[in-house]
Design a protein around this ligand. Structure first.
Ligand SMILES: [Zn+2]
Ligand SMILES: [Zn+2]
Length: 166
């Protein structure tokens, strides 16, 4: 998305552009961008600063890190970029900064939905769709773990004095 700097005034000027997702080369191993990236930019100039209000709409195919399902997601993002009007050339090109903003925003863990239950590590069923018999077993495993932690927590306190002498 490119704009002639002279055309940017105080009154916002809107530009819309569809960019084929492949052009930006931002796919990662668990996120693939589909179709076009829709960019809407409102450009305005206040004193010597150029402000760009960016709205991005994109479609992506993600592989959920918990249940391994492939899910198509439509994402909307809104952020603002600012530039010093002094020193800009004839044109202002924002694609690089928008791309960077999208990359920074990539989630560490890609999930099909925030509360994805994942697949059971024991029997492999998708816990979003059904429960499995392993759940009870897992529950008691968790309880056992908690118990050992609380016991372990008591012991060092008893030995505390010894430890400081060492
Ligand atoms: Zn999932
Ligand atoms: Zn199971």
């Amino acid at each position: 998305m490119k704009i002639e700097v002279d055309k940017i005034k105080r009154e916002p000027l809107r530009i819309c552009e569809d960019i084929p997702a492949g052009n930006w080369d931002i796919d990662s191993f668990d996120i693939k961008f589909l179709k076009n990236i829709r960019l809407v930019g409102d450009f305005c100039k206040i004193d010597k600063e150029i402000l760009v209000d960016i709205r991005v709409t994109l479609n992506r195919l993600i592989t959920c890190s918990r249940c391994l399902k492939e899910v198509e997601q439509k994402i909307n993002k809104n952020f603002e970029l600012s530039y010093d009007a002094v020193g800009l050339g004839e044109y202002l090109e924002v694609d690089k900064d928008v791309r960077e903003e999208l990359l920074l925003d990539f989630p560490m863990k890609v999930l099909c939905k925030p509360d994805c239950k994942g697949i059971c590590p024991e029997c492999g069923v998708d816990l979003n769709n059904q429960e499995c018999a392993c759940i009870e077993k897992n529950d008691s495993a968790v309880k056992r773990q908690k118990f050992t932690i609380s016991v372990a927590g008591v012991l060092p306190r008893r030995k505390g004095k010894k430890k400081t002498k060492q």
